[in-house]
Write a protein that binds this ligand. Structure first.
Ligand code: NAP
Length: 485
């Protein structure tokens, strides 16, 4: 059977679906089976430029709509996303690989951003500030920044889009989005919803492409783009933020993480191991908030490790469409090779495997990029896995003795996204939440995220916040007006 070509093309520019001007295409494939899912349009820099022009032309009229009009479109999009949740989740599992249950959770999370910003749009309030001069007043206006270029990753292929597009639309900005090359069909599905919800032509534009660099260059070099919002690796994010800085463009970058997961001996090690297993193997370890270094106080290491091993032994890997499978494939061959490199280096330097450690093969697994859920013990600072984001199902265990020692080890990284602490000591919980150089801290909590709360990174994990009130501010300019009466 041939690969289905997506009818009418997958570029959405000025309210019309179309092919790339040069006619180029690329394929989206299922990482669990290798099946080709669809042929999508492959945008060039010229296509990106046309999309930016459409967004710029639509900007003034969109900025003048009332917050109530914009809010009502976002409510409508939320309704449509909720109605199509199952269809979207199945598409996500096929294109990205995560188990269907996790895909359903992500669709709900993606919808949360639509409804949160539908509500928050109505609170774009200004201020009147008293002056020292009786005849003068100060007014503060909050206005849309203008055209936003957004770039999203494959690991959360629907929610990373709504996390950017919903606040941009609420603020009155127009958008050009470039989704990840591995998950263009998820982006097309979200754009169909936004179109049907009534977003006017030109206000949202989609450029699917297999050549990110020229499209990224257009976003940076076009004077019409006023803000760049990027989620992806630290390496690419730093390049783009550098390019944005030299043109004085506003920028938000949500980048990689290297989360510490700290278990003190005053916590229940069995409960902590349950939490560690859930968040470490979430999305097969391919989440920016996944623990990458699991620090366990020596006195509870054996109990923690036994429970983690027990839970890992129960994790089945396979196609995410089968509810028995909790571990989906890695996204591509390069990810598989990275796991082999990180585990191989750790073992060569003295770490021991307590579970997994290799690619999974045999039967249906041969067609996908499956890696066994892995536990490494006796991990030390000279190993690659101690320093670099792994982005896969490998749990490195590191013993520690004291609070001061573990704080120093946890902060000994350039990253600063998520962190986790298990303790029942309130004073210790406060000391840790203040001392950890991470922008998100979970205290006995493996899910410290919500559309209503500001998410982002410190240090090399990024600039800016998404979600919450802060997520809307990223798309607003603050204008000061002095007025003599
Ligand atoms: P990536 O390789 O940096 O790609 C992210 C996006 O950037 C993709 O759309 C990619 O396009 C595009 N891109 C790559 N090079 C570009 C360039 N020169 N100009 C413009 N765009 C370019 O990251 P990834 O592997 O998709 O995502 C995984 C990373 O994202 C991890 O480090 C993870 O921690 C991070 N992440 C962070 C958060 C957060 O909120 N902090 C959330 C999710 C993921 P192509 O797909 O076409 O290459």
């Amino acid at each position: 059977m041939g690969v289905p070509r997506i009818d009418g093309g997958t570029l959405f520019i000025d309210g019309r679906w179309g092919e790339a001007a040069g006619g180029s295409t690329f394929e989206s494939t299922n990482p669990a089976t290798g099946e080709r899912l669809g042929i999508v349009s492959d945008a060039s820099r010229d296509d990106a430029s046309a999309a930016v022009a459409a967004a710029a032309a639509a900007q003034a009229a969109w900025a003048q709509t009332t917050v109530y009009e914009r809010s009502s479109i976002l409510y409508q999009a939320h309704r449509l996303m909720t109605e199509r949740a199952e269809e979207l989740a199945q598409l996500m599992t096929a294109e990205q690989g995560k188990p269907l249950r996790a895909a359903r959770n992500e669709v709900r999370y993606a919808g949360d951003f639509l409804i949160w910003f539908a509500e928050e749009a109505k609170r774009i309030n200004g201020e009147v500030i008293p002056s020292a001069n009786s005849g003068q007043r100060f007014l503060v206006l909050r206005q849309p920044v203008g055209v936003v270029a957004a770039i999203t990753p494959w690991n959360y292929p629907i929610s990373m889009i709504t996390r950017k597009v919903a606040p941009a639309l609420a603020a009155g900005c127009t958008v050009v989005l470039k989704p990840a090359e591995q998950t263009p069909l998820c982006a097309v599905a979200v754009f169909r919803i936004l179109e049907e919800a009534g977003v006017p032509p030109g206000v949202i534009n989609l450029v699917t492409t297999s050549a990110p660099a020229p499209v990224g260059a257009e976003f940076l070099e076009s004077a019409r783009v006023r803000k760049l919002s990027f989620t992806g690796s630290t390496e690419v994010g730093m390049q783009l933020a550098g390019g944005a800085a030299s043109r004085m463009k506003r920028v938000s970058v949500e980048l990689g993480g290297h989360a510490p997961f700290i278990v003190f001996d005053d916590a229940d090690p069995v409960r902590a191991a349950k939490g560690a297993a859930l968040v470490k193997f979430l999305n097969t370890g391919q989440a920016c908030i996944c623990p990458n270094r699991i620090f366990v106080q020596s006195s509870v290491m054996d109990r923690f490790r036994a429970e983690l091993e027990h839970r890992v032994a129960a994790l089945h890997a396979g196609n995410g469409m089968d509810p028995a499978n909790a571990i989906g494939p890695l996204i591509d061959r390069a990810s598989l090779e990275k796991m082999e490199r990180h585990v191989g280096d750790a073992v060569a330097r003295g770490a021991r495997l307590a579970a997994g450690g290799a690619r999974l093969t045999g039967g249906d697994l041969d067609a996908g990029f499956f890696f066994a859920p892995t536990i490494l013990v006796d991990v030390t600072p000279e190993m690659i896995i101690y320093r670099e984001e792994t982005f896969g199902p490998v749990a490195p265990l590191i013993p520690f003795e004291s609070e001061d020692e573990v704080i120093a080890m946890a902060n000994d990284t350039t990253y600063g996204l998520a962190s986790y602490v298990y303790t029942q000591d309130l004073g210790r919980a406060f000391r840790l939440m203040e001392a950890l150089e991470f922008a998100v801290v979970g205290i006995n909590d493996i899910n410290p995220t919500s559309a209503a709360a500001p998410f982002g990174g410190m240090k090399a994990s990024g600039l800016g916040r998404e979600g919450g009130r802060e997520g809307l501010s990223e798309y607003l300019e603050t204008k000061l007006v002095g007025m003599v009466l």
